[in-house]
Design a protein around this ligand. Structure first.
Ligand code: E4P
Length: 225
């Protein structure tokens, strides 16, 4: 299962990238807007951090399929040809997906709120489909269950696609889908940090230090005794 960072703050991305086993970075237009920087400057810096093999997801804005294709070509030129183009799973988006597939451009169906949107995107050749877990929860449906349904529909149809589940607000939502074996999740830095934030663990590690310093002296480690 892949773990991506859903963010465009390059300081945060660098920190998380160095600290955890992360596979890539996903952005959307709102995430780029929050950075307040020129989009290709931020994306170039992200590509530098994650290298050519890191997964980078960039969304096209055009509402017509020809426009999406033109944007996709520009995005690949600016950020490298392994970048995945995020295409909203709306009627014209599916036409765009078929055009991207014909050109051999990697893409992902995004803004997925229903199982059939996800299924259609996978059938168009999307490498990933992105259900928005927390946003679905906020509509009064079960975002984790919708994601599982999409995963099942894709898997049982034998389609060569999988989830990049997105829009998480807490670690439990992520855990449910990790346990289910989805292809990938993309998670904001604060929720990734929360995976391992635990005062009791900190206390236990602190106790090891105190005990060892009691034996060998302040600041001592296994290098000094
Ligand atoms: C990623 O593909 C989505 O654009 C993103 O996770 C949406 O997250 P939000 O619901 O926190 O805006």
């Amino acid at each position: 299962m892949k773990l991506c960072i859903d963010h465009a703050d390059t300081q945060q991305i660098r920190r998380i990238w160095e600290q955890y086993p992360v596979d890539g970075v996903s952005t959307n237009p709102s995430i780029l807007a929050k950075s307040g920087r020129a989009p290709y400057d931020v994306l170039g810096e992200i590509r530098e951090i994650i290298g050519p093999q890191g997964e980078l997801f960039v969304q096209a804005l055009s509402r017509d399929a020809e426009g999406v294709l033109a944007e996709a070509r520009r995005i690949l030129k600016e950020t490298g040809d392994t970048t995945l183009i995020k295409v909203p799973a709306v009627p014209e988006g599916f036409r765009a997906m078929k055009m991207l597939r014909a050109e051999g451009i990697r893409f992902i169906g995004t803004a997925v709120y229903t199982p059939m949107q996800g299924f259609l995107a996978a059938k168009c050749g999307a490498e990933y489909v992105a259900p928005y877990v927390n946003r679905i929860d906020n509509l009064g449906y079960d975002g984790v269950q919708v994601s599982k349904d999409i995963h099942d529909a894709i898997t049982r149809s034998g389609l060569d696609s999988g989830l990049l589940a997105a829009s998480f607000r807490n670690t439990q939502q992520v855990l449910e889908l990790v346990k289910y074996g989805v292809k990938a999740v993309t998670v904001a830095p604060d929720v990734i940090d929360a995976f391992v934030r635990n005062a009791e663990v900190e206390r236990a590690v602190g106790q090891f230090t105190d005990d060892f310093e009691g034996l060998c002296g302040a600041g001592k480690t296994m290098l000094d005794c």
